[in-house]
Write a protein that binds this ligand. Sequence first.
Ligand SMILES: *Cc1c(COP(=O)(O)O)cnc(C)c1O
Length: 359
Amino acid sequence: MVPARRAPLLFEALPELERHVPWIPFAHVPTAVEPCDAIADWLGRGGVFMKRDDLVSPLYGGNKVRRYEFILADAKAKAARRIVTAGGIASTQVMATALFGRELGFAVRAVLFDQPVTEFARQAVLGFADAGVELIFGGGYAMTAWRAWRALRRDAGNYLILPGAANPLANLGYIDAMFELAGQVERGLAPRPDVIVLPTGSSGTLAALALGCAHLGWETEVIGVRITTSLACNRATVGLVIGATDRFLAARAPRWKPMRGAVRYSLHGGALGRGYGYPTSEAVEGAAMVERLTGARGEVTYSGKALAALRVIARSPRYAGKTILLWNTLSTPRPRPSAGAADRVPPSLRWVLERPLLA
Ligand SMILES: *Cc1c(COP(=O)(O)O)cnc(C)c1O
């Protein structure tokens, strides 16, 4: 495993940023880029690669890690004592907050909204309880928002991380990741991708990768596989995140040329099914393919749907002969719940341990 680094590539490319932007190393980078040979038969072709951000930290990988190098550093700089966040019962963000927050000595309070109960969700809730997260059941989206606001205002020293944390500071993590990929391409470790595919929710990661490609002058199309409703994730919402991140960089780093017009991305809505977190048969199959690629089973909210979409894209005549890169955003390392974890789950969330599993 590569050790955590001393400074992000971003600070080399845009040195003025370092004065304005707090940063703490968590990521063990560069993460590998490798061919998806294990599932070439299932994809119906070769020329598909994977960026192994699932292994970006031995503690917990996935796409929250690079983002948290900036926002947890910001929380430290602001002398916060507790991180308050919200997410679904299977939330990878709550898990990342629990594990990396604890590393930095923060208390963590999380408000969890209802979503279909899968094995992955059940293991997640046990993991949160084990990590000592103060768990509050939020209910539906609106009640969760209200309870998260109350959880934030209840006492002093709290730092809020919204679901997805799609703010410019967090997005710097994936601008930096594009510089990393560019270096790997330059060193001949992988071809420059014509297409990058990743699951997208709050769209922060998608926006940052697309902005990074534009800054590098790459004509790569970044395809966000939508895992939530088009009300929450659409060209207007992604455009807002791109615009905010672009302005954030332009205001702090004179070498960053505003990119907005040059950003190439698209949204793929065909894998969503009934909605956020609901299994589809294609996502269940995709989750099994994640296991063939990484050794750890995928889940149906993000990785399974990303794989389902990847298969459609890989087989589409439009992308015939193109080099495709799947950006793996789901952690392969996962905490194994202790025997006593269930006893630490509060009564309001015990149903997650009892309800029949959907996948
Ligand atoms: C959070 C998450 C995403 C979505 O990232 P956004 O930046 O919110 O769009 C995708 N995949 C996985 C596995 C995640 O945990």
